[in-house]
Design a protein around this ligand. Structure first.
Ligand SMILES: Cc1cc2nc3c(=O)[nH]c(=O)nc-3n(C[C@H](O)[C@H](O)[C@H](O)COP(=O)(O)OP(=O)(O)OC[C@H]3O[C@@H](n4cnc5c(N)ncnc54)[C@H](O)[C@@H]3O)c2cc1C
Length: 488
């Protein structure tokens, strides 16, 4: 089989690359190892942009300069500044490009209190992007070969000349192409790579939400063809998650109400300790990237969200202090905290106890340490100032009235954010390049397979929605770069 541009992966990045090339008159083929388009993209709720028409309509004024400088400062200038600039500069145009192609945007929203409104939410979430682009790809005659897994890049005279893939019947199929875009979405499901390259390690695999078939195929085949590595340790950390009961997982839709409530409870800025019973975090730091980073340094990478019966009543009667995105906005009243816990969490993952001593014993903590930390926290609540972590006094509620509650939170992530080193036009950089400028001709990488955007940690504070924005924008840029390379 032959085409101008071969795209590996039909998620946000791959679809954007293929549509860009096909709209300019090039022939493109997309391969996806699954039966449907969308990848992890379908789970995303919002996409980053600055300067979009939707922001202008609401008077939201964040400039590209501001976003760029904030992001570079946040990443300690470890990120690839030219790449960051290219993505931020294109972000508004991409919102309009998607809007014109049928993506239905809701509005630029904030994900948590005080967050900048860069997160453009969509009806039907990420599907609104992938379904719109899939429709256009079909109209433009771009075949999508499902259940076809790309295995190896074909190289000729130092250039990429196509891909060898395995079709649904196990046959080896050769695709020859003038250029290839790798957009296969990272390695979250590859236990060995997670262990080797990320600090999250093996045990977060079971908490990798929305990740299917992300075995690092694209990353590995690029490295095999001589690509350099970049950003392999960065993962997109999520909220702390609860270990749900097996029967809840089986009947997820039926019990999803409880999942929503338990996750909302876990997110509340109550009193959080680690497995030693020691407070380790300003619970009002709402960026889940920061929560995840702090958790990753704790024993067992877990946290215990603790509160007393007054706060239980408060959540039931007044509602939550912090919202859970669109699922359970701030002020959502939890119908029954105990029922939510019992319905979704195994008994050794959450506790209701009449004394702190009993709670410490059940949760496996040292009672003296826990008591010392509770006393210190309660004194800060009384004083109205958190001497330790400067928590916002508005959210400081003592842990004093029995019974006491504790829920264990586990680290989660929604994908890996690195692997292949690219430049600001998404060309893949050669590992043996002394200057760091030499590329593998005809090879491009976009979306979660490519590194360079984040330095050593993902950001969920200044540039909300940036990973999806990176996928779609880098996909578009890859399509444009490939067109140029092909002389189109
Ligand atoms: C639950 C969840 C919520 C999220 N929320 C947000 C959000 O609100 N905002 C945000 O910015 N980001 C969010 N993200 C992250 C965002 O969705 C991703 O960063 C982005 O969608 C990645 O796009 P991609 O095209 O690189 O990969 P994907 O969309 O995952 O697409 C990769 C595709 O490649 C295919 N593939 C893999 N290997 C092969 C192979 N060998 N051959 C052929 N095909 C292959 C896969 O089947 C898949 O279809 C979220 C992610 C999850 C999981």
């Amino acid at each position: 089989m032959n085409c101008d541009l071969l795209v590996i992966g039909a998620g946000g990045a791959g679809l954007a690359a293929a549509v860009t090339a096909a709209e300019a008159g090039s022939s493109a083929i997309i391969l996806d190892r699954l039966r449907v388009t969308g990848g992890a993209t379908v789970f995303a709720k919002g996409i980053f942009a600055v300067g979009s028409k939707f922001q202008k309509e609401l008077g939201i004024d964040i400039s590209a300069d501001e976003a760029f400088l904030q992001h570079m400062f946040y990443t300690h200038y470890l990120a690839n500044a030219r790449l960051v600039r290219a993505i931020i500069d294109k972000s508004a145009d991409t919102i309009h490009w998607l809007d014109e192609r049928g993506t239905e945007f809701i509005k630029p929203a904030e994900l948590y209190p005080g967050a900048p409104r860069t997160w453009h939410t969509m009806k039907r979430e990420g599907k609104s992007i992938t379904k719109a682009l899939e429709k256009i790809a079909k109209e433009l005659g771009v075949p999508i070969h499902f259940r076809t897994r790309a295995k190896k890049l074909i190289m000729k005279d130092g250039r990429v000349a196509g891909v060898t893939a395995e079709d649904k019947d196990g046959n080896q199929v050769e695709y020859t192409a003038k250029a290839v875009v790798i957009a296969s979405g990272g390695f979250a499901n590859n236990e060995e790579m997670m262990e080797k390259y990320t600090q999250a390690g093996k045990h977060t695999i079971e908490m990798a939400f929305g990740q299917v078939a992300k075995e690092g195929d694209g990353v590995l085949m690029a490295w095999e063809a001589g690509a350099a590595k970049e950003g392999t340790s960065v993962i997109q950390r999520g909220l702390a998650g609860v270990m749900k009961k097996k029967e809840v997982l089986k009947e997820a839709p039926k019990k999803s109400q409880f999942d929503k409530h338990i996750t909302a409870i876990l997110k509340q800025p109550t009193f959080w300790v680690n497995a030693n019973g020691e407070r380790f975090f300003n619970e009002c730091e709402f960026s889940f990237a920061h929560i995840g980073n702090a958790m990753s340094k704790q024993p067992g990478q877990v946290l215990f969200n603790m509160f007393d019966d007054d706060y239980r009543k408060y959540m039931e009667e007044q509602g939550t202090d912090v919202g859970l995105g669109v699922f359970a906005p701030k002020g959502t009243k939890i119908p029954s905290v105990v029922e939510a816990i019992q319905a979704s969490i195994d008994k050794d993952e959450a506790w209701v106890c009449n004394s702190l001593e009993e709670l410490a014993e059940k949760a496996g903590m040292d009672y003296e340490t826990l008591k010392e930390n509770v006393d210190e926290y309660n004194a800060s609540c009384d004083k109205g100032h958190d001497d330790l972590f400067a928590k916002n006094p508005e959210y400081m509620k003592p842990v004093r009235t029995p019974p006491f509650y504790a829920i264990k939170g586990h680290p989660t992530h929604v994908g890996t954010l690195g692997g292949i080193k690219i430049n600001h036009t998404t060309e893949v950089i050669r590992e043996d390049s002394a200057t760091g400028l030499d590329v593998i001709p005809g090879l491009y990488a976009a979306g979660n397979v490519a590194g360079g955007m984040y330095g050593d940690t993902y950001d969920a504070s200044h540039t909300l929605g940036l990973t999806l924005a990176f996928a779609v924008n880098s996909g578009r840029i890859a399509g444009e770069s490939a067109l140029k390379y092909m002389g189109k």
